[in-house]
Design a protein around this ligand. Sequence first.
Ligand code: LLP
Length: 432
Amino acid sequence: MFVTENLEVNEQNHLTIGGVDTIALAEKYGTPLYVMDEDMIRQNCRIYKDAIDRDYNGNGLILYASKAFSCLHMYRIVREEGLGVDVVSGGELYTALKAGMDPEKIYFHGNNKTDDEIELAVSNNVGRLVVDNFLELEHINRIAKEKNKTVSILFRIKPGIDAHTHAFIRTGQIDSKFGFALETGEAFEAVKSASEYKNLKIAGIHCHIGSQIFELEPFQEAAKVMCGFIAEVKDKLDIVMDELNLGGGFGIKYTEKDDPVAYDQYIDAVASVIKTCCWEAGIKLPKILMEPGRSIVASAGITLYTIGNVKNIPGIRKYVSVDGGMTDNPRYILYQSEYEAAIANKASDPRDDIVTIAGKCCESGDLIQENTKLQQAEAGDVLAVFATGAYNYSMASNYNRIPRPPVVMVSGGKDKLILKRESYEDLIRNDL
Ligand code: LLP
């Protein structure tokens, strides 16, 4: 009935998530409210972990791309499930360390890491730094030398794969701010020059071709190209690279139209290509890493809002305004992302109206969705927007000085607050 299978309707005609009544949650915690299904998050972690363990006989590791949703509780879940993490900033790194992540399982990305961030990573013995550019090689080597350490690095490679997704979230092609290009020989030069730095250890290569990708082929293509590069480096420079990190980007079901491949099938399909390529090139199978973010958390989350005014402009459209908007979900204004929604207190009523869901910011573009199906909306109804677990909380802002909503996790039919609602006092905390 709904786009995600953990959403159902109870006898009061209320929407439930993971068996918990969303109206009761809205009453208990207020709205706007993010609700996430911890059991589903853990299940997703296990699907990925089991597949990679099986396909590579234990020589693989799933790194949760924590930019999708990051906070202490989320890193703890990931740690307990035996995954590592991808972090892209000092803030994510700090949070992961505070949550007790094993530093060896932290991979630090970013196209413009500051010295402070590199120092934080090196002092805490973070497993790998993923190097983006030539200047960064120098910086990491200098900082490692100062601290009398050797830092293991991966190279961020642009494999030249054009995955069909929104231009802003496409990263594997040559015109991208991320990484070293393969076809120009830049990547090869980077490996060569890194081999001359005394405090760097070359561990392997990394690529990420984009996000919300539904096809298998771009991942398989990327795997082939990357294996070819490992073979070339071994052949020409006699450097053995032991790790291949293929990034994330697996698509999820935002609307009924989306038809994602099962995550373990992605892993299996890529594994067979990697094994064939390595065998043909005569190279040892490297340790394989993958970095799913969205597909671990997106479907596990919903956002609950209270509907305020309903404004019908005859012959034009009907606006249904909610008490949140682009501040808690900027994905429509940024990418025109599609979402489905329902009125949680009228959950099984037919969605027979077509409306535009608007936020409360002082901005015309502050919309959650246009021309979407909904039940007949009235002030005071609770609106649920589905599949908001990824890149919503993590991209939320305080525009118009709107406090960020809290996050509640449900598990085994129980709810638990994991992130508090920001208060007005929080908003002025750093004001002088
Ligand atoms: N690894 C790297 C190096 C990445 O850059 C990303 C995403 C991932 C892994 C995880 O990709 P995922 O499995 O989540 O698709 N804010 C955008 C998404 C930006 C993704 C950036 N990098 C959105 O809301 O759609």
